[in-house]
Design a protein. Structure first.
Length: 415
């Protein structure tokens, strides 16, 4: 494994040195060797130890680091179908965690929820009886295990007053979680042009749910749930077909096709897979399982930078020092292929130069690591030291320098 480190200081790319963990071979790269952040391509060719899938859109990530092992059209917006119930669940989980909602709270089954999401609708349902009252705990079981459309609508109306208001809450919450493309028009994924997600953002959401709500995540692995004397099996067939599988959600609409978000743990490593747009319900399980098995078989975690180890430097404006050391309080890890042929490129990204004074622990930017043409991992980096305000002369020099660079940039943009 070889690593090249690039620094983006706001003026272009320059070579930057960094102390790299002993298992990383350092190479310095310059110029146009960085890849676009939103590029979505397949991994290496099969003959080179890579993988391919028949799913139109897919992604495989390692949950601990968020490292991307494989992606294909990962930023293509599609109908998420019932997979977007993960967003509904997250909003409810958060409300419970904040104390705004209790598991024992009971919500009434409106005629709207019963007619559009219940038994009369003919879709996935928990068979909630009209005008009955159901505890939030049971509604979550119905939404997650039985994929109940009525369950989600009852939760939405109970928490926000209407499903439309709840959908607005979902979109707002998605932005707070960094899901910049996702939009929601209802709570359950029933066909609506306003329901759009990418497999990348679904994987990020799944990772967040797993890490933030372990007490609720276990619901996704429960095999069955009975309500109104009707027992239903969990719709995620991966639970019964793969070792260590414990979540998360399947989905289907005519526009979106068949999709699923799956997760499994083997030998202490958790992987998350998302596929969408598949033509057959069995194929979505097959493709998801094959991707997970490929990931477990071919990848292992490596530490690129130890906790507090210098990752690089950022340029400082108006400070006692011209630059500041950057580090992470947590180890920065990346998943690499066990055969050791991966070539990694790291790029420090920040809005610079950073204005003094700067305090230790102040977030400055983040480091992006590419494996080939795919973003393998992103991690925030922080100031590892303090930089006080510089002299009047130093601030004047930096100001003049910024002015010249700004004029140069403006001239270049006109070309």
């Amino acid at each position: 494994m070889a690593l090249s480190l690039l620094k983006n200081d706001g003026f272009g790319f320059t070579a930057a040195r960094a102390l790299i963990a002993g298992l990383v071979a350092v190479g310095i790269a310059c110029g146009g060797v960085a890849y676009a952040a939103n590029q979505s391509v397949q991994g290496a060719k099969k003959e080179d130890g890579g993988y391919d899938t028949d799913a139109p859109t897919a992604i495989l990530i390692e949950a601990g680091s968020g490292s991307v092992l494989f992606e294909k059209n990962a930023d293509e917006l599609r109908a998420p179908s019932s997979m977007m119930k993960l967003m509904t669940a997250e909003v409810v989980f958060r409300a419970i965690k904040q104390g705004d909602v209790k598991l024992t709270d009971q919500y009434i089954v409106s005629e709207n929820a019963w007619r559009k999401g219940g038994a009369p609708a003919g879709g996935s349902t928990m068979f909630a009886a009209i005008h009955s009252r159901i505890p939030v705990d049971d509604l979550l079981h119905g939404a997650i295990i039985q994929s109940g459309n009525d369950s989600c609508m009852i939760l939405a109306e109970g928490i926000a007053g209407s499903e439309k208001a709840f959908a607005e809450m979902m979109t707002k919450r998605a932005r707070e979680l960094g899901l910049v493309q996702s939009t929601f028009a209802n709570s359950n994924g029933l066909p609506d042009p306003g329901n759009k997600m990418t497999v990348r953002e679904l994987s990020k959401l799944a990772r967040y749910v797993i890490q933030t709500y372990p007490e609720f995540y276990k619901l996704f692995g429960e095999r069955e749930f009975t309500w109104n004397k009707i027992r239903q099996q969990n719709r995620n067939a991966l639970l019964n077909s793969m070792e260590g599988a414990d979540g998360l959600k399947t989905g289907y609409t005519k526009d979106g096709g068949y999709g699923m978000v799956g997760s499994a743990v083997q030998n202490g490593m958790r992987l998350i897979v998302v596929v969408n747009g598949v033509d057959d319900p069995d194929d979505r399980i097959t493709e998801a399982k094959k991707l997970l098995e490929w990931g477990f078989r071919n990848f292992e975690a490596r530490t690129l930078f130890a906790a507090q180890q210098p990752v690089g430097y950022a340029k400082v404006f108006g400070g006692e020092s011209r630059s500041i050391k950057l580090a992470s309080p947590e180890p920065i890890k990346v998943m690499v292929q066990k055969n050791g042929t991966d070539k990694l490129i790291a790029r420090i990204v920040y809005n610079g130069p950073v204005r003094a004074p700067i305090e230790p622990g102040q977030r400055v930017g983040f480091v992006k690591v590419w494996r080939g043409a795919n973003i393998a991992v992103e991690a925030p980096v922080y100031a590892a030291e303090s930089v006080g305000t510089g002299s009047t002369v130093r601030r004047a020099i930096d100001g003049a320098s910024e002015l010249v660079i700004g004029m140069f940039r403006a001239g270049a943009e006109k070309l």
